[in-house]
Design a binder for this molecule. Structure first.
Ligand code: 1HN
Length: 344
């Protein structure tokens, strides 16, 4: 590959003339914009152990009342992107949110899509589009673009969940904004009631509900049972994984980020191929080593880590006799829709 001309090769008066007219020569930046073979990635493989984060989150509960925070969150920021940019990866925002007993995080809606993965505690709920979704460890609750949502807590202990949003992308597109609302009137249903078994969906005889997001809550008991059944049904299956989908269409649950649950059998090592999207791993149950980019993170329950795209990731269940379960979020729907999805 031949060397391209540098900015310094151009006379200063010429460069000044360009600047004055809001013009920039392409060739000095061309190789940086299009590196050979593999993209430049700012995303660093990063581990956020829950044990070190939790005391600081509880401290935030003492320091900042919910009224002063609206959402009491510590953001899991990737140092490769600059902490102030609050990105785990180019399109993924991660935050750990704390809600104390009796607190209420008021209703709003916004353009970025969110999901919550419940990390610990009982008794809290999110009301999404009028449906009151109870929160239990491992449950996945959607708050897709444009839907009203608010959080409440009738229990006795702190509740913590992981927020996953496509905020960095929507913000980058200059399309990120919110609208505050009033407390929602709760309707019948808890986000999941109509889809209790795979393969059967409500028949629509009298009127078609064309809700883009018919299912708002994916209970962990069901996802876990599906994984255990898959592993028993097909003992040679290497990747025991399910995708959280819209049960009416089979499409990804949300438009931009993809969400999955993975089971690692006792002692299993699984290498995920290098694929273009970045991904995030959050351990729901067990102990798993995550190796990528020359680093190994020893995840324990409630730990979270991320990996840049275009790198293989090897996962090892450290237990010889217990399965391990992880929640995964990635940028696959986005990459597929844009036509840049790749597996190497
Ligand atoms: C948001 O609306 C929530 O509703 C949590 O709980 C985190 C981070 C950025 C922007 C909006 C919530 C958020 C957020």
């Amino acid at each position: 590959m031949n060397e391209l001309g540098r900015l310094e090769d151009l006379p200063q008066d010429y460069r000044d003339d360009l600047t004055k007219l809001n013009l920039v020569p392409l060739w000095p930046s061309l190789r940086a914009l299009l590196p050979p073979g593999v993209p430049a990635r700012a995303t660093q493989a990063t581990h956020w152990p829950y044990a070190t984060l939790k005391p600081l989150l509880l401290k935030a509960g003492e320091l900042t009342p919910i009224e002063k925070a609206e959402r009491r969150v510590l953001v899991l920021a990737n140092p490769g992107h600059g902490l102030e940019n609050m990105k785990a990866s180019p399109a993924i925002y991660l935050g750990m949110q704390l809600l104390l007993p009796g607190e209420w995080a008021p209703s709003h809606r916004h353009t970025p899509n969110a999901v919550r993965m419940i990390v610990e505690g009982e008794g809290a709920y999110t009301t999404v589009d009028g449906e009151k979704c109870p929160m239990s460890r491992g449950d996945l609750i959607l708050t897709p673009t444009g839907l009203w949502h608010e959080h409440g807590h009738d229990g006795t202990n702190p509740v913590v969940w992981l927020d996953v949003l496509d905020l960095p992308l929507v913000y980058y597109m200059e399309a990120s904004y919110h609208i505050n609302g009033v407390r929602q009137t709760v309707k019948q249903g808890s986000g999941d009631r109509a889809w209790t078994r795979a393969g059967v969906v409500p028949t629509q005889v009298f009127s078609r509900s064309d809700k883009r997001y018919p299912m708002l809550r994916y209970p962990w008991v069901d996802a876990r049972a599906a994984l255990v059944a898959m592993a028993e049904n097909e003992p040679d299956l290497d990747c025991v994984q399910v995708t959280y989908v819209n049960p009416e269409t089979g499409e990804d649950a949300e438009n931009i980020l993809g969400f999955y649950a993975l089971m690692l059998k006792p002692g299993q090592t699984l290498t995920l191929p290098a694929r273009s999207p970045s991904q995030v791993f959050h351990l729901i149950e067990g102990g798993v080593d995550v190796s990528t980019c020359g680093k190994t993170f020893a995840l324990v329950e409630a730990d979270t880590c991320c990996a840049p795209g275009y790198e293989p990731v090897t996962l090892t269940n450290r237990s010889a006799d217990q399965p391990a379960f992880a929640f995964i979020a990635d940028e696959s729907p986005l990459h597929r829709k844009l036509g840049v999805y790749e597996t190497r």
